[in-house]
Write a protein that binds this ligand. Structure first.
Ligand SMILES: Nc1ncnc2c1ncn2[C@@H]1O[C@H](COP(=O)(O)OP(=O)(O)OP(=O)(O)O)[C@@H](O)[C@H]1O
Ligand SMILES: Nc1ccn([C@H]2C[C@H](O)[C@@H](COP(=O)(O)O)O2)c(=O)n1
Ligand SMILES: [Mg+2]
Length: 235
């Protein structure tokens, strides 16, 4: 609990977004994550091992997360996938989320963090890969504040832009944002916002930068030692 309070005071002194702050303060007071209201023997925040998975559109985050799940038994939570599920469920926020995604922009942080929080609460596992999150500083601060936790490690899949564009255009999964106009916007948002988050975790000594070129298997051989090293270190 002390970490949440500390994060909130940092947020109060560093941001001018009072409306967002009020909402966060209210939500914190009603936060149930890992409390006894959720489970009889709840996991506490210190039991968790959280990995944020960052990288540009098409850098291969989802592909590599599937391999990490298979080899190391993590739970994969893709922020984009949770938002797409929210659209498909016809939730009241569905059309706002859809328009934001079509426009290559980032959905308001509290919505995304709430979706992640719900999945974490439902899980019996304590090792999470949170893919495509945080996309910007607002995402990062909202997670710290609402969940009250920091990631243990952060992976960054570094891939050249031309390769990311090629992969996205070949993806063929019917995603509304897999077209050249939206990809250009997503790349701009990535460069303007996500790289700041990458730098933040690099400064904290938590960042593992992975060369995301080559075959899926070659890339996974660069990822494997990171998780192997932390396997015995998990809480
Ligand atoms: N090393 C690779 N070489 C070639 N194609 C790849 C490689 N890794 C992944 N792909 C393919 O590239 C596409 C994008 O990969 P993936 O969906 O994993 O990226 P992502 O980082 O999750 O993208 P997004 O942020 O848009 O969700 C997929 O069709 C995937 O099969
Ligand atoms: N933290 C996030 C993650 C994703 N989104 C939205 C905007 C993205 O372009 C889209 C797809 O995400 P992906 O599957 O590529 O990770 O979802 C967001 O607003 N905030
Ligand atoms: Mg993905």
């Amino acid at each position: 609990m002390w970490r949440r309070v500390a994060s909130l005071s940092a947020l109060i002194s560093s941001t001018s977004n009072r409306c967002f702050l009020d909402q966060v303060a209210y939500r914190m007071s009603t936060c149930k994550l890992f409390s006894s209201e959720v489970k009889e023997n709840p996991l506490t925040l210190k039991d968790l091992f959280i990995t944020f998975v960052l990288g540009g559109p098409g850098s291969g985050k989802g592909t590599q997360c599937a391999k990490i799940v298979e080899t190391f038994g993590y739970v994969h939570l893709s922020a984009g996938e949770l938002l797409r599920r929210e659209i498909a469920s016809n939730s009241e926020y569905g059309s706002m989320i859809l328009n934001t995604i079509k426009d290559g922009k980032i959905v308001p942080s509290e919505m995304t963090v709430r979706l992640i929080q719900k999945e974490m609460e439902l899980s019996n596992n304590h090792k999470f890969l949170i893919d495509g999150f945080p996309r910007n500083e607002e995402n990062r601060i909202a997670f710290e504040t609402i969940i009250g936790a920091d990631p243990d490690i952060v992976l960054f899949f570094n891939c050249p832009e031309e390769e990311m564009v090629k992969r996205v255009l070949n993806r063929n999964q019917g995603r509304v944002d897999d077209n050249i106009e939206t990809i250009k916007k997503r790349l701009q948002v990535f460069k303007a916002s996500n790289l700041l988050v990458v730098d933040y975790y690099s400064d904290k000594g938590k960042l593992f930068e992975i060369d995301a070129t080559g075959t899926e298997e070659e890339i996974f051989e660069r990822v494997r030692p990171v998780f192997a090293a932390f396997q015995h270190d998990q809480k």
